[in-house]
Design a protein around this ligand. Sequence first.
Ligand SMILES: Cc1cc2nc3c(=O)[nH]c(=O)nc-3n(C[C@H](O)[C@H](O)[C@H](O)COP(=O)(O)OP(=O)(O)OC[C@H]3O[C@@H](n4cnc5c(N)ncnc54)[C@H](O)[C@@H]3O)c2cc1C
Length: 457
Amino acid sequence: MTPVRDSDRRVAVLGAGLAGLRAATELNRLGYAVRVYEARTEVGGRARGEWCAGHWMDSAWPVLGGRDIVLAGWARDVGLSDLLSPLRPVQTMLLRRGETTSVEGLNLRGAARIPGPRFWERAKLLRWGRLMGRYASRLDASCPERAADLDYRSIRDHVSLYFGRGALEFWLAPEIQGVYGDSVEDLSRVAMLIHAKSIGIGERRPGLPGLPRRPLLELAQSAAEGLEIRRGTAVARVDELPAGGFNVETIDADGIRDPEPFEAVVVALGPGEASRVTSSLLTPAERDFFRDVREQPVVNLSIALEGVHAGLPQEIRIPQREGSAISSIVIEPGQPGGRAPEGKSQLVVRARDAFADRWRDIAGDVLSKNVLSSLELAMPGIGERVLTTHLGRGSQPFFEVGSYRRLANFQRVQLDRRDLGRKLYWAGDYLSGPSFESAARSGLRAAQALVTDLADV
Ligand SMILES: Cc1cc2nc3c(=O)[nH]c(=O)nc-3n(C[C@H](O)[C@H](O)[C@H](O)COP(=O)(O)OP(=O)(O)OC[C@H]3O[C@@H](n4cnc5c(N)ncnc54)[C@H](O)[C@@H]3O)c2cc1C
């Protein structure tokens, strides 16, 4: 009998966002015959943006963590080492009552100096090391469900109990808001603990935040170059074939349906779409899981600015009690070959979650004007320098208390199905965390599970 070579094993990856592309690059590297289906004509999913007058206008918040090792490793693998290593350093600032101060919330000395918390709350920061030591072994950014047994308390309750409310409002909520948004009170403490560990809060060498040197989308585009991708082809449904494997039915831009058989499928779509196209394959427990995934709206406005900002790029955080519709602003001075041209600057403004939620049905131009007027209040005179804007609007998963227990249950079902021979895998930020790094991690994890299963056959 001729042995099955990996290149004979046809694998479909559904979705060319970062999760799907990371899975597909890994499978391709290991010699599998991978085909990616992407409904849009462009790859990158929610990492996309556009060039306007020499400025890269992000749809997403651009600040990355200095320990985003999966993204950095992937960039190296596709020949883009200089994109993320090193990141362009970002100075963190706090805007209160019209004054900005530099803050360093990643180390405990710096955290104790952040204005806002009461004296006794600052003293309690000494507890941080002991607490993190207690939980660290369960905090794994690639397998977040390992911390499911800690998932019975919100970040509000956890931080209030150990450090006081001030520590949440002025220190930890701002530290995690770039990824989880600013209305984090009901977020599971597991999300905060995993994030704190992954950026190294309180450690001797935390992962300092920074900006990619060029658009992150370049990573997706470079990864895509080596892959077989059907663009503009939406997956309509996936069904099991009687002889094993799956039939993936797609619809192209002309409405033509095309069925294709595959031995294994990685579903790297958002949770709603993932459950819709695989509905004939889901167990009741999986259906329940997808039904309960919570998402929240996100609004970012990228702004190209006339004139240059001196110094380092800055992330300016605005505490909730300032009453602004904006939670954070990134100011990025231009540089040759960078995301903004030399002699100009750009801003990315993240709206407060409550604002994004309240205005979720409003037209984009009205929303942009609202964000711009809030920006003018926070940074008087900035309006005169605006060259053009780009609105990034979308949704991201929210990990409230209970999410990680549901995730653990979902992953148990996956082990069970895989034992029974089902070769269907899931990837996406709703399984790991609402960030580029987490999306890439989930793609890698799905690819590794698939490789393990096919190696056993
Ligand atoms: C406004 C906004 C701001 C954000 N800011 C940040 C940030 O600052 N930092 C950060 O790290 N993360 C941020 N994120 C989150 C980050 O963008 C996501 O976590 C990550 O990009 C998700 O990747 P994914 O591959 O899981 O999903 P997606 O990027 O959504 O990829 C899914 C892909 O599947 C395709 N697709 C959908 N349906 C079908 C179908 N039927 N057939 C074929 N293809 C289909 C889609 O077109 C898409 O390309 C932000 C997200 C949003 C919306």
